[in-house]
Design a protein around this ligand. Structure first.
Ligand SMILES: [Zn+2]
Length: 338
């Protein structure tokens, strides 16, 4: 059997199946990937219902073996490497692989990808709800469930400000102090409650009272209620009350294309804002802070996990976000009633 190191071909345009598997396996092994590249994986990813990578095209060879299948280097081999990189980052769902490959410029059937995006979001929301053990729906009291408080308490205790990229020592110290403050758990639990149990008046009251009396300069009750609207509308059950899913069901391929362009150009946009803020220097009020915030946002964007990229893509595709004047995200009830 030929090994990747001994293969004499540069594989421009087309590649044989054995070379496809051998070279991809060697590529993944060099990077220390945990999962191996097998024929079964290639078959699975090539199946038309999965379409993670393109199958072979039939080409006629001049040699005595005549016509046999050859695989396009771009659609099969390059896509395969990109899909392996995503799988190593934890993406195993084929529709998420298809979406992220498309975002990265590998193409795909866009009508189908819009449906992929909708179902990927529905699944993520329902998984998140299940993990929070909030089924069955409909129960909402003023009291944040104890389970949510415990989970938030554990999450806050496990958080290490040192592990968040792009923070200055001062910001780290500020966050460290906030994590130790018992009121942080109160507010965190109320925020999670609001995100998962939506806009029930009792839930909103709970959030407002947890956020009341915060020091000046920090977001107050109204800001926190507004800021959690998007997540609440996106995490709602798939029964017509989820604003994100409702928007995505009406989305067109061009909406998703525009969203992908925005997602991909986020680092350039942030760098541009940071540079302009720095150029303005110390004279312009707030320019130092803006530059600092851009640096933090850049660090977050560049280390954004694939799952968050999909949610961001969905948010940017959704009609309510495309039209910022829409009151949809600020008060989902109004948008859902329309
Ligand atoms: Zn080869």
């Amino acid at each position: 059997m030929i090994t990747a190191n001994h293969c004499p071909s540069r594989h421009h345009g087309l590649i044989s199946r054995s070379c496809l598997v051998t070279h991809a396996a060697a590529w993944a092994a060099r990077r220390g990937y945990r999962a191996t590249v097998t024929d079964a994986l290639i078959d699975e990813w090539t199946r038309s219902k999965n379409s993670v990578i393109s199958g072979p095209t039939l080409t006629v060879h001049q040699g005595r073996h005549g016509a046999h299948g050859e695989w396009p280097v771009l659609g099969s081999y390059r896509r395969l490497l990109a899909a392996l990189r995503l799988r190593e980052a934890g993406v195993t769902e084929v529709r998420e692989l298809r979406l992220l490959l498309w975002v990265a410029g590998y193409g795909g059937n866009e009508e189908r990808l819009v449906r992929d995006l909708t179902s990927a979001c529905a699944k993520r929301a329902s998984t998140a709800r299940r993990e929070m053990a909030l089924e069955p729906e409909g129960r909402a009291s003023a009291r944040t469930p104890l389970r949510i408080r415990r989970q938030v308490g554990r999450a806050v205790a496990d958080l290490d400000p040192g592990s968040i990229p792009g923070l200055t020592p001062d910001q780290r110290q500020l966050l460290g102090a906030a994590f130790k403050d018992p009121r942080t758990v109160d507010i965190g639990a109320a925020v999670v409650d609001r995100m998962f149990r939506g806009s029930h008046p009792a839930v909103l009251d709970g959030l407002r009272s947890a956020a009341a009396g915060r020091p000046a300069g920090l977001p107050g009750p109204t800001e926190i209620v507004d800021a959690t609207s998007i997540s609440a509308a996106a995490l709602a059950p798939d029964d017509g009350s989820n604003l994100l899913l409702r928007d995505l069901q009406r989305a067109r391929p061009e909406d998703m294309r525009r969203a992908a362009a925005m997602l991909n150009s986020m680092p350039q946009i942030l760098r541009w804002i940071r540079r302009s803020a720095r150029d303005e220097g110390a004279d312009a009020p707030g320019s130092k802070l803006i530059a600092e915030l851009c640096s933090m946002a850049l660090a977050l964007v560049s280390s954004m996990p694939p799952g968050s990229r999909i949610i961001t893509l969905a948010m940017l595709t959704a009609e309510s976000v495309r039209h910022p004047a829409s009151p949809g995200w600020a008060s989902p009830e109004v948008a859902l009633a329309s």
